[in-house]
Design a binder for this molecule. Structure first.
Ligand code: AHM
Ligand code: MG
Length: 330
C-alpha cells in the first residue's frame, strides 16, 4: 500500500496556497519554531542521561524556580527565531522584558510570544511538558517606539498559535485560523508528520481537570460545579489533572471535557499567563469548536495590560464550559 507522507513544512505551504493572505515569510517563521521544538524534544528525551535536570538556582520574573531545561528551551527558541529576519519582537515567560530584535521600520513585522517549557515543575519526574506559542503582527497604528502597544494586543488578533507536547511521542498542533492541524514527530526522519487535519473538540465531555486541592479557595459557583459533578444526577464524571497545561489541554482537545484554573486566594487573578498560555490555547480551542473564558469574558477579547498578566481560565468543550459558567454566574 502506498503511504503518503505529509510533513509540517509542506502542510504550511499548502495552507498558504489555499489562503493566499498567508505569506511565504510566515512559513519561514513557523519553520523556525518547529526547528526549535525538534531540538527541545531531543534535549527532553536525553534529559536523564546528561546533567540538565534540576533547578538552576535562579528565580524568574514569575517568582518560580528556573529549571535547567527551561533555560535550554528558552535559548533554543530565541536562537532559532533570531535567524529569521521577519521576527521583530520576542516575548518569553522566562524573560522579564521583551527582546527587541529589529526596529519597526524594518520589515520585521512578526511578534512571537511563547512559554518555552510549560509544566516545567514536572520535568524531574518524567511527566509530559510542552511549548506554547502565539504569533501577532506589529500594529500599523502603534506609536513610534511604543513596543508595548505592539505586544499588548487582544488574542483575537493572533495570526497563528500552537503548542508542542513532549510525551510518549512529540506532537504539535497549530492553527492559522483555518482549523487545527496535528502532527507527530517521527524520530526516524526528524520531521513532524501530519496525523490529523481539522481536529474538532467534542462538544461535551464528562472529564473535568482542575487542581481540586485549591477548591476551598475557588469562587462559590466553581465550588458548586465541583460538588455537582460528583452527584448521581451528573451521571459519572471523571477527574484528570496532570498539572502541565499543555498536557491537560491536549487531552481535553481530543477527548472533550473542561480544564479549569479559577482565581484562588493565592492567585486572585488566576495563575496562567494571558499572552502566551491562555490566548494561544483559546485560539486553538475555538478553531476546534470549543471555547475559552475567564469567567467574565471570552479569553480572546481580553485587552492585555501587562506582559506577564495572569488570567483565570476555563477552556474546553463548548457545552461543558457553558455549564461551568452557569454555576459561576448563578
Ligand atoms: P509553568 O508555565 O511555570 O510551568 O506554570 C504553569 C503550570 C501549568 O502548566 C499548569 O496548568 C499549572 O501551572 C499547574 O499549577 P498548579 O501546580 O497550581 O496546579
Ligand atoms: Mg506555562
Amino acid at each position: 500500500m502506498k503511504q503518503t507522507i505529509l510533513v509540517l513544512e509542506q502542510h504550511i505551504l499548502e495552507q498558504q496556497r489555499a489562503h493566499p493572505c498567508a505569506s511565504g515569510e510566515f512559513s519561514w517563521l513557523l519553520s523556525a519554531i518547529t526547528l526549535a521544538t525538534r531540538v527541545i524534544s531531543a534535549h527532553v528525551r536525553r534529559a536523564g542521561l546528561v546533567d540538565i535536570l534540576g533547578e538552576t538556582g535562579a528565580t524568574n520574573v514569575q517568582g518560580e524556580m528556573v529549571q535547567k531545561l527551561d533555560v535550554i528551551a528558552n535559548d533554543t527558541i530565541a536562537t532559532c527565531l533570531g535567524y529569521r529576519d521577519n521576527v521583530g519582537i520576542m516575548v518569553s515567560e522566562e524573560d522579564d522584558e521583551p527582546r527587541i530584535l529589529k526596529e519597526p521600520d524594518d520589515r520585521a513585522k512578526y511578534i512571537v510570544l511563547f512559554d518555552p517549557l510549560d509544566g516545567s515543575s514536572n520535568i524531574d519526574v518524567n511527566v509530559s511538558i510542552g511549548t506554547i506559542f502565539s504569533i501577532l503582527q506589529r500594529r500599523d497604528d502603534a506609536g513610534a517606539g511604543k513596543v508595548m502597544d505592539h505586544i499588548l494586543q487582544p488574542g483575537y488578533r493572533q495570526i497563528a498559535a500552537g503548542y508542542v507536547i513532549y510525551s510518549s511521542s512529540t506532537v504539535m498542533a497549530y492553527t492559522t485560523g483555518y482549523g487545527v492541524h496535528m502532527f507527530t514527530l517521527d524520530p526516524s526522519i526528524g520531521a513532524f508528520r501530519l496525523v490529523r487535519e481539522h481536529v474538532t473538540m467534542p462538544t461535551s465531555g464528562k472529564t473535568y481537570s482542575v487542581n481540586e486541592a485549591y477548591s476551598r479557595q475557588f469562587p462559590k459557583g466553581i465550588q458548586d460545579y465541583l460538588d455537582w459533578v460528583k452527584t448521581d444526577k451528573a451521571g459519572g464524571y471523571g477527574l484528570r489533572y496532570i498539572g502541565s497545561l499543555v498536557a491537560d489541554f491536549h487531552r481535553t482537545l481530543l477527548h472533550g471535557g473542561v480544564f479549569l484554573y479559577p482565581p484562588t486566594l493565592k492567585a486572585p487573578k488566576g495563575k496562567l499567563r494571558l499572552l502566551y498560555e491562555a490566548n494561544p490555547l483559546a485560539f486553538i480551542a475555538e478553531q476546534a469548536g470549543g471555547s475559552a473564558t475567564d469567567g467574565k469574558q471570552r479569553i480572546l477579547d481580553k485587552i492585555p495590560t501587562s506582559l506577564h498578566e495572569r488570567t483565570s481560565l476555563i477552556i474546553g468543550s463548548k457545552d461543558e464550559v457553558e455549564r461551568v459558567l452557569s454555576f459561576w454566574r448563578a
